[in-house]
Design a protein. Structure first.
Length: 424
């Protein structure tokens, strides 16, 4: 049994959906679980819907839902032509219920509302794709991941109840393969014990593929991307990229931890636990080799890998009483950072100061400064970039630091990290 995951770019329009069908048909005779994300930029649009609901901006709320509905219905018209009404009939109640949310008197927490609304992108996309696969001759079945993946009540970063999820998938999902060749389900979403929808974190559809593969002991997982495989750098920021043909689970975890965007960080561990290989392949050229991620590590250090994070802010905290940065100070600093929901990309301390590097667009700087101002002197530098090099040498270090001011650097045997700013 195989598990395929198709992201938003691979189902962004009618042509892309047709291409998904062509790829699945290359594997006739196989039993395939197909995990699909929301189409195109739908998740971003639905996040705006949540924000407009929360700020009680009805005009913007209605306009954004209309935009999302029109996008999907235009895609349906192009994909199904005169046969578009049945799928529109399935989706219309979803949009009507969403529109009615504004008039509900009681609202739950923001995170709760976020999960109930943003999850609809995956529900809509999978209904469209499944309907098309059927008319394109595939023996396909639509399955609701909200009935299968059991989580806790952390609505935006839900943790998996592995035992319950495995039981639900093996009892309520696997038997369907007696009738169907492929089953279509949603990435990114799950449910609580009281049947409220949760989400697994942004880009969590990769993780969903890993969950299903783990629970059914799949032969392998393939993530279909618009790149030829895992590259040693993001082509948006780096010229002459090289495809990594074969790397280990450990290396993939390291790369995703440092910010490589090809694979969601949580995806690897369940596959590693059962030694299920993970392929990263191109939906543009589906018969090409791609990258395979598996247990062996002998190929990991053949090519240096570069990970770039832009729009970084380096913040340094010094206790106002000039006490040493000891365990008590660190505990206090981390507590305050947690209150600001600050995710640390890099940290370093000296005798009297502790520095962290954060994504500037993911924090409220004034709120963060307010949490520290009474007990710490705070300094910060904005508009920085973080470069991580796996399997570095001096040539690669010189390449990324050329014409850059180095604010901070860290090196281990395998990894070098630099906080940089261009010299103007």
């Amino acid at each position: 049994m195989k598990v395929f995951k198709f992201g938003g770019a691979s189902v962004k329009d009618a042509s892309a959906v047709r291409n998904v069908s062509k790829i699945i048909q290359l594997y006739k005779g196989e039993k395939i679980i197909v995990v699909i994300s929301a189409m195109g930029k739908t998740t971003n649009a639905l996040e705006e819907v949540v924000q407009f609901l929360w700020t009680k901006n009805k005009a913007a709320f209605d306009a954004k839902i209309e935009e999302v509905e029109n996008y999907h219905f235009q895609l349906i018209d192009e994909l199904f032509g005169e046969n578009s009404n049945p799928i529109k009939t399935i989706l219309t109640p979803i949009f009507e219920n969403l529109k009615n949310k504004f008039s509900e008197e009681e609202k739950n927490s923001f995170d709760f509302e976020y999960a109930q609304i943003v999850s609809l992108g995956e529900i809509i996309s999978t209904q469209i794709v499944n309907s098309f696969l059927k008319i394109d001759g595939l023996n396909s079945n639509w399955v609701d991941a909200r009935k299968l993946i059991r989580t806790n009540h952390n609505y935006r970063e839900a943790e998996i109840d592995w035992n319950k999820t495995e039981m639900l998938i093996r009892e309520g999902f696997l038997p369907n393969f007696d009738q169907f060749d492929c089953q279509i389900t949603q990435g990114f979403i799950g449910h609580t014990s009281d049947n409220f929808t949760t989400t697994l974190g942004r880009e969590g559809s990769d993780f969903t593929a890993g969950i299903f593969a783990y629970c059914v002991h799949a032969d392998d997982v393939t993530i279909w991307k618009d790149v030829p495989g895992m590259l040693n750098a993001d082509p948006k920021f780096f010229q002459n990229t090289i495809k990594l043909d074969r790397i280990s689970f450990r290396e993939a975890i390291e790369l995703s931890y440092y910010g490589a965007s090809v694979i969601h960080p949580k995806t690897i561990k369940p596959l590693q636990n059962k030694e299920i290989p993970l392929y990263v392949k191109s939906f543009i050229n589906p018969e090409a080799e791609g990258t395979v991620i598996q247990s062996e590590s002998e190929f990991d250090n053949l090519v240096p890998s570069f990970i770039f994070k832009h729009n970084q802010i380096l913040i340094s905290f010094t206790p106002r009483d000039f006490s040493f940065i000891a365990e008590e100070n660190l505990s206090d600093i981390f507590m305050r950072l947690s209150k600001a929901n600050a995710k640390i990309n890099l940290m370093q301390n000296s005798a009297l100061s502790f520095s962290v590097l954060l994504d500037e667009d993911k924090i409220d700087l004034q709120q963060l400064l307010g949490l520290f101002e009474n007990h710490y002197s705070v300094k910060f530098n904005e508009n920085l970039e973080l470069v991580t090099i796996r399997h570095y040498d001096q040539k690669t270090v010189d390449l990324v630091t050329k014409n850059k001011e180095i604010f901070l650097e860290q090196k281990t045997k395998e990894t070098a990290r630099f906080v940089l700013k261009p010299i103007s």
